[in-house]
Design a protein around this ligand. Structure first.
Ligand code: NOJ
Length: 567
């Protein structure tokens, strides 16, 4: 097989730093805690770690509001501890990816405070999108754009002389002013930022919100949306920012910077993975992974798909075919820090419904949840995602089968989505509840080094029963299933083995072969016969639950809501 870059089939473990492990006893996760648990991550058998933003930040969107791209958030550590972490991770064979946020910074970033102070028409304001308001006294926003997290996309500042002033654009919240990428200072700043972290040894970046970085330079009004449309949907129908093509010039430029860095440092193999939600539109996704842009882009169609074999065929198989044909590396995820955890999604009695990012069902479905069913399906889904060709991103706690915490009291909610939509959307706190490491509740189930501190987000009762400590003792735990699957995965991943999708899912099976191996997922509730073409000359490599396959009258049957690897 041709030598492939390490990332093409890599499994990356996503660490939401704040929720992973608290090493300094303040109730929130940090780099000290991560350092203490690096061996655990390595023991899973993954190739690397993606760190959610851990730069200095007022934490209005938990790090996606960066106030300094060249340092570490003091509550999480400092550059020295980061360097130490890099070294330890590399020793354990783990790569480190950072998260870069190019669309916006924090309103506490020095550039933004300088821009407000510098006044109209200044070079400092050119780095953002400042505009005069409409109306008699400029009291109305410059256009009708909506923000992703609720409300309008503009906020008005007070000018240095105390008078009501210009407005600035923010795609997400008022605390996250959008950069103007037509400005050369912005371009240079991020070039320096990429190199700064590459010099410290990071192997790449997950790139935030790439679909909104471009903007029509005239900022025209977006087409009217029907009354009653959610904020999220209204925002997503604004063609003057979502997928606005000028952003691709930036990604081409970044690729030049990265390729040049690799030429200057020939032992380095760097990767960028774009966060681009393009439901049902692999053609749009392809634009981000053209050979002169991102190395990878998450293929979220699987994450957004309901638990249904036909839908898996339509989404995963379709995405695979178009991305594979383009030569791009295909990148899967079932979970991340923005969506309801998969155990809960698949446990919903309306799990047949398609979901969309934070817009509706992932966040706001009122359907009841059968956690036992959700777990059973999530186990099968683990074999599905780890059986597919390409890279896989796992989200911390996924390997423990943690469910979404749905009953967080409103008073404890911190996601700006909750406040900005006045509670209409509950937000994403439920997938960010601190990890349970042990079953001892005194120190927040092993999350904290302190026995007296409160967690930044409360853990529900019984959380410790799903801890790493407990699951390590149980042979059939979710944790051990992930470990086994990651250990056995190399038997399937060789890209030389062509993938063939089998059937169309109408029988409840989502199946594919990879050379001598086969992956079969039964999304129906009942036993289904596995076609003989898949079972002939193959035996069980791994089942999602023991005894998932049985022989009856000379055929092999697969139990409902399970999966198997054959080979
Ligand atoms: C996408 C990130 O994943 C999300 O957590 C964040 O709130 C927005 N982008 C804004 O940066």
């Amino acid at each position: 097989m041709v030598n492939q870059p390490w990332w093409r089939n890599a499994v990356i473990y996503q660490v939401y730093v704040r929720s992973f492990a608290d090493g300094n006893g303040d109730g929130a996760g940090d780099l000290f805690g991560l350092l203490d648990h690096l061996e655990y991550i390595a023991s899973l058998g993954v190739d690397g770690i993606w760190l959610n933003p851990c730069y200095p930040s007022p934490q209005m969107d938990h790090g996606y509001d960066v106030s300094d791209y060249f340092d570490i958030e003091p509550a999480y550590g400092d550059l020295e501890i980061f360097d130490h972490l890099m070294m330890r991770a590399n020793k354990l064979g783990l790569r480190i990816l950072m998260d870069v946020v190019p669309n916006h910074c924090s309103d506490q970033h020095a550039w933004f405070t300088e821009a407000v102070a510098a006044g109209r028409g200044s070079r400092e304001r050119e780095r953002f999108w400042f505009r005069e308001g409409q109306g008699v006294d400029g009291e109305l926003p410059p256009n009708n754009w909506k923000a992703v997290f609720g409300g309008g996309a503009w906020s008005r500042i007070t000018e240095p002389d105390g008078s009501p002033g210009q407005w600035y654009l923010h795609t997400f919240t008022p605390w996250q002013p959008d950069f103007n990428w037509l400005n050369e200072d912005v371009v240079d700043y991020f070039d320096r930022m990429l190199r700064f972290w590459f010099d410290r040894g990071v192997d790449g970046f997950r790139v935030d919100a790439v679909t909104v970085v471009g903007k029509h330079p005239d900022l025209p009004n977006a087409p009217d949306t029907p009354a009653g449309m959610t904020e999220m949907a209204a925002w997503a129908s604004n063609p003057y920012t979502l997928f606005w093509p000028s952003a691709h010039d930036i990604w081409r430029h970044w690729r030049e910077v990265i390729d040049q860095y690799e030429r200057d440092n020939p032992i380095r193999e760097l990767v960028t993975v774009a966060e681009a939600y393009t439901p049902g539109r692999p053609d749009l996704l392809l634009k981000f992974v053209e050979p002169d842009q991102f190395h990878q882009s998450f293929t979220f169609d699987l994450l957004l798909s309901p638990w249904n074999a036909q839908s898996f065929h339509k989404t995963a198989a379709k995405s695979y075919r178009s991305l594979h044909a383009s030569g791009s590396s295909i990148t899967w995820a079932l979970n991340n820090h923005d969506v309801h955890r998969v155990v809960t999604r698949y446990g919903r009695t309306d799990a047949h419904l398609t979901s969309s990012w934070t817009g509706n069902n992932l966040v706001n479905s009122d359907a009841s949840v059968d956690l036992e069913m959700g777990h059973r399906r999530a186990r099968a889904a683990a074999l599905l995602i780890l059986g597919l060709p390409g890279a896989v991103y796992l989200y911390m706690g996924e390997e423990l089968g943690l469910p979404e915490v749905l009953d967080i009291p409103d008073s404890a909610r911190q996601d700006p989505i909750f406040a900005r939509t006045e509670g209409r959307e509950k937000g994403r706190d439920g997938c960010r509840v601190p990890m349970p490491w042990t079953s001892g509740s005194a120190n927040l189930n092993g999350f904290s080094t302190s026995t007296s501190v409160e967690a930044w987000m409360p853990q529900p009762a019984g959380w410790g029963e799903m801890s790493v400590e407990v699951q390590e003792q149980l042979g059939d735990s979710m944790l051990n299933l992930y470990r086994q699957a990651l250990q056995l995965r190399p038997r399937l991943v060789d890209e030389g083995k062509d993938i063939e999708f089998v059937g169309d899912g109408a029988d409840g099976l989502f199946s594919f072969t990879r050379g001598s191996c086969a992956v079969i997922v039964n999304t129906s509730a009942d036993f289904v016969e596995i076609p003989a073409t898949l079972t002939d000359n193959r035996s069980v490599i791994l089942e999602s639950v023991q005894g998932a396959t049985t022989n009856r009258d000379g055929s092999k049957l697969l139990a409902g809501n399970t999966a198997v690897w054959l080979g």
